[in-house]
Design a protein around this ligand. Structure first.
Ligand code: KIV
Length: 271
C-alpha cells in the first residue's frame, strides 16, 4: 500500500463539514515543492497557490503580470509536495474575467496540467457568467471578495475595503450570489471584522479571511509573510511566527565568513 492511500485527503466537502462543525479552517500559500511539503506536514487544511507568487516569487509590484503558464508551473510543483491538504490555485488576471469560454479553458488547464483540486477567482456579480460556466463543468471554485488585488488599479489603494454601506451591501449580495452559483468557499480579504462576521453568518459555505477578523470560518496568510521573509510588508493583520529574514541573512553571513576564513569545509566535510 502506498503512503498516499493511508492519508485522508481534505476535500471541498471536508471544508463544508468543518464550517458546520464550527472547526476553523487553515490555509497558507505555497508556490514550490519544498514549501508545499512543509505546510502540508504542518497540518494546514488547504494550500493556496496564490497569484501572490507574482510578488513574493517574481518580485513584481502587483499580481497582474503572472501568466497562466507560470501559475500552472507553480501548481504542479505544489501538488507534488502535498499529501493531505486541498490544493487551490488562483486563476491569474486576464484569464477569466469577461469571457466564460476562456474562463473554462483556463480552469481546465489548471486542473488537467497543474493538477489543482480547485480554482480561485476574484470578483462577484461581474464574473458570474464565468463562474457558472466553470462550476457547471464540475470544477470546484473558491470565490474571493473584498480587497481583490487583481483590481488594484481600479481601487488605487490597498486600504481596507467595504467600510461604506454601499460597498458592504454589494459584498454581502455578491457572497450570497457566489454561494447560489455553487462556489464551495469564499476568501474575504481586508474588510471590517463586523462585516466579515455578517457575511459568514449569511452563507452556508465557509469564509476564509485575511485581514477580516476572527469570525470568518477560517484564516489564510501568505507563507512568506507569516514566516517573516518579507521585512518590508507589515500590515496590521499580519502575525509573524518567525523572523526568517534575519535567520537566513545571518546564516548566509556566517557561511561567507567561514569560507573566507578557510573554516569551511573542514576535514570532516571533505573526502
Ligand atoms: O494570492 C494570494 O496569496 C491570495 C491570498 C492573499 C488570499 O489570494
Amino acid at each position: 500500500m502506498s503512503v498516499h492511500s493511508e492519508i485522508k485527503r481534505v476535500t471541498t466537502e471536508t471544508l463544508r463539514k468543518m464550517k458546520f462543525d464550527k472547526e476553523k479552517i487553515t490555509m497558507l500559500t505555497a508556490y514550490d515543492f519544498t514549501t508545499a511539503k512543509m505546510v502540508d506536514a504542518g497540518g494546514v487544511d488547504a494550500v493556496l497557490v496564490g497569484d501572490s507568487a507574482a510578488n513574493v516569487m517574481a518580485g513584481h509590484e502587483t499580481t497582474l503580470p503572472i501568466t497562466l503558464d507560470q501559475m500552472i508551473y507553480h501548481t504542479q510543483c505544489v501538488v507534488r509536495g502535498v499529501e493531505r491538504a486541498l490544493v487551490v490555485a488562483d486563476l491569474p488576471f486576464g484569464t477569466y474575467q469577461s469571457n466564460p469560454k476562456k474562463a473554462l479553458k483556463s480552469s481546465v488547464r489548471m486542473m488537467k496540467e497543474g493538477g489543482a483540486h480547485a480554482v480561485k477567482l476574484e470578483g462577484g456579480k461581474e464574473i458570474s457568467r464565468s463562474l457558472e460556466k466553470i462550476i457547471n463543468a464540475g470544477i470546484p471554485v473558491m470565490g474571493h471578495l473584498g480587497l481583490t488585488p487583481q483590481s488594484i488599479y481600479q481601487f488605487g489603494t490597498y486600504k481596507v475595503r467595504a467600510k461604506e454601506d454601499e460597498e458592504a451591501e454589494k459584498l454581502i449580495s455578491d457572497a450570497k450570489l457566489l454561494e447560489e452559483l455553487g462556489c464551495f468557499a469564499l476568501v474575504l480579504e481586508k474588510i471590517p471584522a463586523n462585516l466579515a462576521k455578517k457575511v459568514s453568518e449569511s452563507v452556508a459555505i465557509p469564509t476564509i479571511g485575511i485581514g477580516a477578523g476572527q469570525d470568518c470560518d477560517g484564516q489564510v496568510l501568505v507563507y512568506h509573510d507569516m514566516v517573516g521573509m518579507n521585512k518590508g510588508f507589515s500590515p496590521k493583520f499580519l502575525r509573524r511566527y518567525l523572523d526568517l529574514h534575519t535567520e537566513i541573512t545571518g546564516a548566509v553571513s556566517q557561511y561567507v565568513r567561514d569560507v573566507k576564513d578557510a573554516n569551511f569545509p573542514n576535514t570532516n566535510e571533505s573526502y
